[in-house]
Design a protein around this ligand. Structure first.
Ligand SMILES: [Zn+2]
Length: 78
């Protein structure tokens, strides 16, 4: 899955066997970009922060991403 698909701002691809793993990778990448002061990622993160204030919306968002991950074929594209 790409950074973009996970609510980020670039086309960096994450490859992992589980959604939890990919979540961690995305998080690590996000804070790296945050430290670099990447404007696009900062903006994407702002949106995530807003989303997180609503636990139900956050749950729904998370479930959607998880479903998207589960729907991917079992190959290197995930
Ligand atoms: Zn990114």
């Amino acid at each position: 899955m790409t950074c973009h698909e996970l609510g980020g701002a670039c086309d960096k691809t994450f490859t992992a066997a589980t959604f939890d793993e990919i979540g961690e990778m995305s998080k690590a990448h996000g804070s790296e970009m945050f430290q670099k002061g990447d404007a696009a990622h900062l903006e994407a993160m702002q949106e995530m922060m807003t989303l997180m204030q609503d636990p139900e919306a956050m749950q729904a968002w998370f479930q959607k991403k998880r479903d998207a991950f589960d729907a991917l074929p079992e190959d290197d594209s995930r």
